[in-house]
Ligand binder design. Structure first.
Ligand SMILES: C[S@@+](CC[C@H](N)C(=O)[O-])C[C@H]1O[C@@H](n2cnc3c(N)ncnc32)[C@H](O)[C@@H]1O
Length: 485
C-alpha cells in the first residue's frame, strides 16, 4: 500500500541494519572515514571554540554537547581531545567543564564505548545515552546516572551522517500544483539491495502538524518546479531537544543547503552504500528555517558533505569569521579526504578539485595539476563542473603576474577549451599572447576557438598569422583546409 515516504518501511530497514550489526556495521560497511578523520574533529573544535568565544558558557556549570548517532565513537573521542587541547590557550575557557554525551539508538554501541580504553581515559568529559527516536527529550546519562540537564545553558547538538537516517517526506511541484510522493516497497522488509521502491504521487494530505506545515508552506510558496524533501524526523528530533534547552547544532551530511540545487532534481531517491546501509540527501535548508543563526557550506558536488552551524542565538563575529574564512574556503574537512585518492590510484576530477580548494585556488596549485584536468572531463557531474568553474575564476582572481609566475592564463585557456567554453578560452589565449608575445601555436589555439564559435573569417586570419610566423606549420595549414571544407 503506497504511503508517504516518512511512514514507509525504509526507515525501519535502516534502523534494523544498525541494530542487527552493532559496531560490526563499521567493518567495511558503513562510511566513516570523513566524519572520523583528525581534520574533521579539528575543524569542529575550531568552530565550537569560536561559538564559545562569542557566547562564553558559565564556567561553574557543565556545558553539554550531545552527539546523535555516535556509531563507533571515534569522532567523540577525538573531539574531546581536540577541544581540551585548544581550550588551554584561552584564559576564560581553559577550566570550562564540558561533557560530550555519545548517543545512539543501538544499545550495543554503548557497551562498546564503555569498554573502549580511549573513551575511558576521558573520564567525566564523556557520558553515554541510548536515544529512542521520538523520545529525544528524555536523555538518561548512563555514567553519571542522571537525566541530562543543561542548567539553562544551550545544548550543542552534533549530528554527522545521522539526519540522513531519520524519516523525511518528499514533494514535487509540477504545472498541476503541489503533490506528495508516496512509495511502496517490494518486498516491504529485508535487505535494502533487494527492495524495489515504487513511486506514485497524490494530492497533499492535511496531516502535517503546525511546526512542519510552516516548512511545507515555505516550499509550496517558493518552488516553481521540481522536487523537495521535508526532513520530518530531524525536525521532530530538534523540536524535542529544544524542549530541553536552546540549541546550537553542528552537523555534516550529504545534503542540500540551497533549495535551487535540490529542486533541479525530479526525484530524491536513496543511495545504497557498499555493505547494505543507505542514505538520503538531507535538506539542511529546511532545518535552518527554524533557527536564528544559519551558517552553511555551499558545495556543488553532491557526494561531498555539507556542514551547517545552526543556532537559537545571534551569530557573533568569531563564529562567522571562523566558519566562513577559516573553515568553508578550503573546506579541509572534505578536501583532505579527496587528497587520499592519488595514493590509492583513484584520481578523479574531484580529487583535483579537492587539491585546488585546499590550496585556496592558488595559481601554483592550478599549474601543478592543470595538465591532468582535461583527461577527467569526459565524464563528470554537473556539480563538479560548477565547482571547477568557481575554482578557475577564483584562481584567476588570485593571479599576480611577473616573469617567472606560473602560466595561469595558458592553463585557464586550455581548461576552458576542454570544457568547450570557447569565448572564455579565447580570451585567456589572447591574454597569454599579451603576456608572452606572439606565438604560432597560441594563434592556432585561438583560431580553433573562433572556428568552434563559427567566427570563420577571424579564424582564417589567425591561421594565416600563424603561417606568417612559422611557414608551412602543419596545424595552421590543416586548420585553414578545414575551414574550406
Ligand atoms: C552512518 S552512521 C554515522 C555514525 C557517526 N556519526 C559517524 O559519522 O561515523 C549513523 C548512526 O546513527 C544511528 N542512528 C540511526 N537512526 C538514528 C536516530 N533516529 N537517532 C539517533 N541515532 C540514529 C545509527 O545507529 C548509527 O550509529
Amino acid at each position: 500500500m503506497p504511503t508517504p515516504v516518512s511512514q514507509s518501511g525504509l526507515w525501519k530497514i535502516q534502523q534494523d541494519y544498525y541494530q542487527k550489526l552493532g559496531v560490526a556495521a563499521w567493518e567495511d560497511r558503513t562510511p566513516f572515514h570523513l566524519t572520523n578523520s583528525q581534520v574533521f574533529t579539528d575543524a569542529y573544535a575550531e568552530l565550537i571554540l569560536a561559538y564559545w568565544q562569542d557566547h562564553p558558557p558559565d564556567p561553574k556549570r557543565v556545558f553539554y554537547l550531545l552527539e546523535l548517532g555516535s556509531g563507533i565513537g571515534r569522532f567523540a573521542c577525538q573531539l574531546v581531545r581536540d577541544l581540551t587541547r585548544k581550550l588551554a590557550y584561552f584564559e576564560r575557557l581553559k577550566e570550562l567543564p564540558f561533557c560530550l554525551v555519545l548517543s545512539d539508538i543501538v544499545p550495543d554501541n554503548l557497551e562498546f564505548w564503555r569498554q573502549h580504553p580511549k573513551l575511558q581515559e576521558l573520564g567525566p568529559r564523556v557520558d553515554f545515552c541510548v536515544m529512542e527516536p521520538g523520545r529525544e527529550d528524555i536523555l538518561f546519562l548512563e555514567k553519571s546516572g542522571t537525566r541530562l540537564d543543561t542548567g539553562g545553558q544551550a545544548l550543542l547538538v552534533l549530528a554527522n551522517y545521522v539526519f540522513d537516517s531519520m524519516p523525511h517526506d518528499e514533494f514535487r511541484v509540477t504545472p498541476k500544483g503541489l503533490e506528495e510522493c508516496l512509495i511502496e516497497l517490494q518486498p516491504e522488509l529485508g535487505e535494502i539491495e533487494q527492495v524495489e521502491v515504487r513511486r506514485s504521487y497524490a494530492e497533499v494530505s492535511d496531516r502535517y502538524p503546525p511546526h512542519l506545515e510552516g516548512v511545507l508552506d515555505h516550499y509550496a510558496r517558493n518552488v516553481r518546479e521540481g522536487a523537495f524533501t521535508v526532513p520530518v524526523g530531524a525536525l521532530d528530533c530538534l523540536k524535542r531537544l529544544r524542549g530541553l534547552a536552546p540549541l546550537a547544532v553542528l552537523a555534516s551530511d550529504r545534503g542540500f543547503t540551497v533549495p535551487d540545487r535540490m529542486t533541479v532534481y525530479p526525484i530524491h531517491p536513496h543511495t545504497i552504500h557498499q555493505g547494505g546501509c543507505f542514505s538520503h540527501m538531507v535538506n539542511f535548508h529546511a532545518l535552518s528555517l527554524g533557527f536564528r543563526t544559519a551558517l552553511m557550506t555551499r558545495r556543488e558536488v553532491l557526494d561531498g558533505v555539507q556542514t551547517v552551524f545552526l543556532g537559537d542565538f545571534d551569530c557573533g563575529p568569531q563564529l562567522r569569521y571562523t566558519f566562513e574564512e577559516c573553515f568553508a574556503r578550503a573546506n579541509a574537512l572534505n578536501n583532505c579526504s579527496e587528497t587520499y585518492a592519488p595514493y590509492r590510484n583513484k584520481v578523479q576530477l574531484r580529487s583535483l578539485l579537492g587539491f585546488l580548494r585546499l590550496n585556496l585556488c592558488d595559481p601554483n596549485g592550478l599549474a601543478a595539476v592543470a595538465r591532468q584536468i582535461p583527461a577527467y572531463l569526459q565524464n563528470y557531474s554537473y556539480g563538479e563542473r560548477l565547482e571547477l568553474l568557481q575554482i578557475l575564476e577564483e584562481t584567476w582572481a588570485n593571479d599576480y603576474f611577473f616573469r617567472g609566475a606560473p602560466n595561469v592564463t595558458f592553463w585557464l585557456a586550455h581548461i576552458y577549451d576542454s570544457l568547450r567554453i570557447f569565448d572564455r578560452a579565447l580570451w585567456f589565449y589572447e591574454e597569454t599572447a599579451r603576456r608572452q608575445g606572439r606565438d604560432a601555436m597560441l594563434l592556432v589555439f585561438q583560431a580553433q576557438c573562433l572556428q568552434n564559435m563559427r567566427q570563420l573569417s577571424q579564424a582564417r586570419q589567425r591561421y594565416l598569422q600563424a603561417l606568417d610566423l612559422v611557414p608551412g606549420m602543419a596545424e595552421a595549414s590543416q586548420g585553414l583546409n578545414s575551414l574550406d571544407k
